[in-house]
Structure formats: C-alpha cells, structure tokens
Write a protein that binds this ligand. Sequence first.
Ligand SMILES: [Zn+2]
Length: 232
Amino acid sequence: MGLFTNKDKACPICGNGTPRLFATKIEGTPICSNCNDKILADNGIVNNWTLEILKEHLAYRNENKKLVENFTPTRTVKHEREMVIDDVNQLFYFKSWVEDNPPVFKFSDIMGFNIQLAYDTVETWYKGMERTPYQPMSNGLLAGISVLAGLAGIDKSDKDESVYENLKVMLQIDTPYLHEYELCSISVSGQNQAAYMDDVARQMSKVHSLCNLLIALTKEADKSRGNRKNGF
Ligand SMILES: [Zn+2]
C-alpha cells in the first residue's frame, strides 16, 4: 500500500491496489503483485493471456496448492533440492526455499531434460531415448592434467584464472502452462580450468542420479499405462 500502489486501479482478480510501476498487465489492465506472484507459467506467455485465461490459471494453481498440502510421499530423494515423490499416484515435486506452491507433476508429464553448463547444452534427453550421459572427464585431458600437475607439485596458480559457472538441469514437461522447469542450478568453480572441470565432474555425479531417476519415473508411467491398456 501507499506510494507504490494505486488504489484507483483495482486488480481485476481480487480488487486490491495494483503497483504503479512494472505491474503485469492482462489485456492492458494491471494486476496486483499478490495475484502476479501466484502465476507460474512459461516465460512470455502471460503477455498474451486474457483475464479469463488468468482466472483459469489461478484456479489451477489453487488446485496445485491443495495437491502439495495433501501430498502423501512414498519417498523423498535429496539432490540439490529435495524431490518429493508419491509413487502410488505417480506424482512428484521439488521443494524450494521460495515457493510455497511448487508445481506438482505427474510421472507422465516428463518429456525430457537437458543439462546446461555455463551457456552450453551438454546433454539432451527425450522420453523413449537411450541416455548418453555427459562425461566431463572424457571431454578433455584437463582433469588429468590437473591431477598430474598436483602430483608433480606444480603450482599453476600464477597463470590460471578462476572459473565460476552454473550447472543446470532443465526439465521438459507437458503441462498446460509450464513446458520447462529448472530442477537445479549448481555453482561449479575452480581456481583454474582443470580444477573447474574436476568440480564439474564431481557435481555431475549428483546430476546423473537425478537424471536417471527422471528416466525411471517415465518408465513407471509407461508401465502403468500399458497395464491399464491390457486390463490389469
Ligand atoms: Zn489481485
């Protein structure tokens, strides 16, 4: 409230004041930040929404919240973020610090994933494909060089530069509003290129188990679909 909200321009969803600056606009009408925070959709698509679509979306998000609140996990798997799985109903979501309403996905929503290192896509997997895991070690001799340099006691620090990058896993999913979702973003770094590649290799082991789990979930979804088809 106050300086930054505009009481005269009420949010068409809930009637609250809307931000004077940088408000999300639907059909040219600003919506309040509270309603805006509830939106979880692909980048850019909100711009083309009508109020009717926004209302449907918020109802969908509300249903999602109920799913999270009533979630009965059969297991949780800790990666960078905790993955909460309900094997009975074939649902999962990722816990996060910021969202109190993380999207709940069905196993059958998983379409694929890709792994991004810095700005490069280093691995892509689609449902039904054999996975060819990204192997940073085989990518070059850098890691080997680092080990050898370490064994030989060579201090390369004078000519090396620190490297900081991000290792991300992006999930491709088939849901009405969201088609891509960031599963994790891990900082990888090293005092030089070789140490950096070592760290990438280390972090990749976490990423591999997450990716293999995703693939296992799609197989579970296919199996139960097959069973239904065969009348089991
Ligand atoms: Zn509102």
